[in-house]
Design a protein around this ligand. Structure first.
Ligand code: EPZ
Length: 415
């Protein structure tokens, strides 16, 4: 996969359009399994993870026709056994389980492998399916789920899990009667799935963190435009902030990033908000901030590593506490190799800012840590080489092109 070569120290500035949200695209593609009708999705990002999910649903019998950001998924799913390869590649593929059980009354799906940000179990997905009447057997690293009928019920999640909420919303949309999901995740990407399900004929009410779904016998095809990718937007804004340049991201929903923007303002950045646009105007090195990540509307865990990179060149000592994943500090070693001063105790990272980072040779451990290392390279003195691009490409489409358009000197080398 090669690596990115970054020449640091160049302020980024200009305007850049943001893609559709990866974490809305993945459940939306899976929701197509709930119907034999055509699903048309717009603003599909050109990402590896999207290719992976489309491979998976294609393997299940769906016809997929893609034309850049537009996607048509048609036909009936023909198999209830998911391809082990794709689920091992990406945890979100596990979302096919519920729709397959709802359509076929049975499904066999491999358990997702752990990943670098923690073990990430799926117990909440399986408990919810059992509550709806399914029988779950684990064997040989997969789950076999059977359900003669899925009956609506009340499910209370102990933690507002994004994936479990999405899985159960999709199953409940074809169950008999009403399902109530309490303490559900309300991330914008989950709400975007609800708006697609509603267009497919599902009756979903949202009251705070409680979802009420009236099951249907069947759902129809629909057309839907995905929300913008708030993680890409936040990362590109931080590319401007960390290099001391003025960057505007276009086609965004500022309301999806309130906690993130509050933290940026607290660090001394001036934030400009326009119609579907956000601009950062840096005023010197960031002031220290205290941030705790958590379920929406809290500070999004996926912007923790990029923010930490920005704070590593700030004044004073900032603290970032990770409230979602066990191992979100995968970016620390890479930043330390560039001269960052970061101490991690439990789930809190203390970041004492330094004037300048120095370029280094780095490997992206996961999507968001990779983004953090790339941002640090943009600000560092000298050259930085970031490999492990199969991680970065999972979540950021054409990142080097976007950064170059903003004035960065970054190129992909495929040797
Ligand atoms: C989604 O992952 C996102 N992925 C993640 O983005 C994001 O970081 C995460 O939500 C939190 O916002 C997609 O939407 C495809 P969770 P998900 O279920 O659904 C525990 C990125 O970089 N948990 O909310 O896996 C779990 O271990 C990715 O784009 C259980 O214990 O997140 C974790 O600690 C990274 N049992 C916590 O909940 C379960 O059954 C959050 O997981 C499910 C989850």
């Amino acid at each position: 996969m090669g690596y990115l070569l970054v020449e640091g120290g160049r302020p980024l500035s200009g305007r850049i359009a943001v893609e559709g949200a990866k974490n809305a695209a993945l459940p939306a593609c899976v929701a197509s399994l709930l119907t034999d009708g055509p699903i048309v999705l717009h603003r599909i990002p050109q990402l590896r993870d999207v290719s992976t999910i489309l491979f998976t649903i294609g393997e299940l019998g769906k016809r997929v026709i893609r034309n850049g950001p537009d996607l048509l998924i048609a036909g009936a799913p023909l198999s209830f056994e998911a391809n082990p390869y794709s689920v091992s590649q990406m945890r979100a593929s596990f979302l096919v389980l519920g729709p397959l059980v709802a359509r076929f009354g049975r499904a066999v799906v491999p358990l997702p492998g752990g990943c670098s940000i923690g073990p990430r179990p799926v117990d909440l997905h399986l408990k919810g399916l059992q509550a709806l009447g399914a029988r779950v057997e684990e064997r040989d690293g997969a789950v076999a789920v059977m359900a003669d009928r899925l009956r609506g019920c009340r499910i209370e999640l102990p933690f507002p899990s994004v994936g479990a909420t999405e899985q159960l919303l999709m199953v409940a949309s074809l169950a008999d009667g009403e399902t109530e999901i309490a303490n559900g995740a309300i991330e914008p990407e989950v709400i975007d799935l609800v708006s697609l399900l509603r267009k497919m004929g599902s009756n979903v009410e949202i009251d705070g963190r409680t979802f009420r779904i009236e099951g249907r016998i069947s759902l129809s095809g629909a057309e839907h435009t995905l929300i913008p990718d708030r993680m890409e937007a936040g990362t590109l804004l931080l590319a401007g902030a960390i290099t001391g340049g003025e960057v505007t991201v276009e086609g965004v929903e500022p309301g999806h990033l309130e906690a993130f923007l509050e933290a940026l303002s607290a660090s001394g950045l001036t934030i400009g908000e326009g119609d579907g646009e956000l601009t950062v105007v840096p005023r010197g090195r960031p002031e220290p901030v205290e941030v705790k990540t958590g379920p929406h509307p809290g500070f999004p865990t996926d912007l923790h590593p990029p923010l930490a990179a920005y704070l590593s060149v700030g004044r004073g000592t900032s603290r970032v506490t990770e409230g979602v994943f066990e191992r979100r500090f995968t970016y620390v070693d890479g930043l330390r190799s560039m001269g960052a001063q970061i101490a991690v105790s439990g789930r809190t990272g203390s970041i004492t800012g330094v004037k300048r980072l120095r370029g280094s040779s780095l490997v992206a451990p996961d999507i968001r840590a990779g983004a953090a290392l790339l941002l640090a390279g943009l600000a560092a003195e000298g050259e930085t080489r970031v490999s492990g691009l199969e991680q970065i490409d999972r979540g950021y489409a054409g990142i080097e092109d976007k950064l170059s358009r903003l004035g960065a000197k970054v190129e992909r080398t495929n040797d």
